[in-house]
Design a protein around this ligand. Structure first.
Ligand code: NAD
Length: 347
């Protein structure tokens, strides 16, 4: 049901409105409810029209369009990834997106998605960990303490009960920023001078670094039996975080294989290396973690259905609260065929 009666008006969720919505609901409630929407959409995965995202690569980054649709709703996100941006005061990742009604093709929500992408990435990571992390995990190493990091921590506390965080970043200022924010949120935080120190005693390792190269953030000797790895930073051709040998020892779960094969950690492996689709674990079609000693890996690159879920969730909140602005976005002449007459009358 459209939220507005006027056909030309589209609700718009600005950055300011998104912050108000998160603060009104509470970030952990938002993440938990969003995770529920993602799980719901993963369970009906096969009913979606899916495609790998359309990426325009340049030496410094990538700009991508990410569409997904099912029988009643269509969504797309515009998103960039430019690791050097932070040097000029810009975000590495910015985004906006749109939700539309399939029956009419009319947009029903336009939203900022820079914050929403961080929320949906964290919620998806926590959904994956729900099925893959060892039972009773309470400590997570968080490598890369930039924009995504606090969101990841909050989602893992909300869905899994992770309370202790061991932080590491090559830039100590990023770790100080992250530690300060997380301490305010009540986490037990340990800043660490190296990746080796950060992974000590951690049952879950999250890598969220940004560098457009095949990096080795985690080497094979640092990953013990039973660990769950949540690798979100390797999300482009030529941009990875894990040593290949870790992949060979892990049970690998991915979002949409045609996209992850070219963008994820598994770009380092032959194209027929076995991987599981995360949605099948959520739908109960395949087991998640099978044993205490197994190393599990969520090779996250971010898939359009998660953005679809996030826009669907925000849309449901917007219907209930007056946070959205009303955008005069669609031409609406009295006679639909008299589009030019509308311009003449306006003059
Ligand atoms: P950011 O630039 O804000 O933070 C990245 C941090 O990584 C920085 O603090 C940087 O100092 C640190 N870093 C870089 N190289 C490092 C290294 N070798 N060791 C330790 N730390 C290192 O970026 P962000 O917005 O937090 O995004 C992090 C990564 O996650 C990016 O690569 C981005 O493309 C990716 N991402 C993935 C998804 C997904 O769905 N999988 C979604 C959003 C972002």
């Amino acid at each position: 049901m459209p939220a507005t009666t006027s056909l030309n008006i589209v609700p718009f969720v600005s950055v300011d409105a998104m912050m108000k919505l998160i603060n009104a609901l509470g970030a952990e409630r938002f993440l938990t409810e969003l995770a529920g929407y993602i799980e719901e959409d993963f369970r009906r995965w096969e009913s979606f029209h899916k495609t790998a995202r359309v990426a325009a690569h340049s030496p410094d980054g990538v700009i991508e369009l990410m569409p997904a649709s099912h029988d009643t709703l269509y969504a797309f996100k515009y998103v960039n990834g430019h690791p050097k941006n932070t040097r000029t005061g810009r975000q590495t990742v910015t985004a906006f997106g749109l939700l539309a009604d399939v029956a009419t093709g009319y947009p029903i929500l336009l939203s900022e998605m820079t914050i929403l992408t961080a929320m949906r990435t964290a919620a998806t990571s926590a959904v994956a960990a729900k099925y893959l992390a060892p039972a009773g995990a309470r400590t997570m190493a968080l490598i890369g303490n930039g924009a995504q990091s606090e969101f990841q921590a909050l989602a893992f506390r909300a869905l899994l009960g992770i309370e202790r965080l061991r932080l590491h970043d090559i830039d100590p200022a990023a770790t100080r920023k992250c530690a300060g924010n997380l301490a305010r949120l009540g986490f037990e935080v340990t800043p660490c001078a190296s990746v080796e120190a950060a992974v000590q005693g951690a049952q879950v390792i999250t890598t969220a670094t940004a560098d457009k190269q095949c990096a080795t953030i985690l080497s094979d000797n640092l990953v013990g039996a039973g660990t769950h790895i949540n690798a979100i930073g390797g999300d482009c051709p030529g941009k990875t975080e894990l040593h290949r040998d870790i992949l060979l020892r892990s049970s690998i779960f991915v979002e949409y294989p045609p996209q992850t094969r070219i963008e994820g950690e598994i770009q380092q492996l032959p194209p027929d290396h076995p991987v599981q689709e995360l949605w099948r674990a959520v739908a109960g079609e395949v087991p998640g973690r099978r044993s205490a000693g197994e190393i599990t890996l969520f090779d996250s690159v971010g898939f359009a259905i998660e953005d679809f879920s996030a826009l669907r969730y925000v849309r449901d909140q917007v219907v209930r609260t007056p946070i959205a602005e009303q955008l005069d976005m669609l031409a609406d002449p009295d006679d639909p065929r008299d589009l030019f007459g509308m311009i003449l009358r306006a003059a």
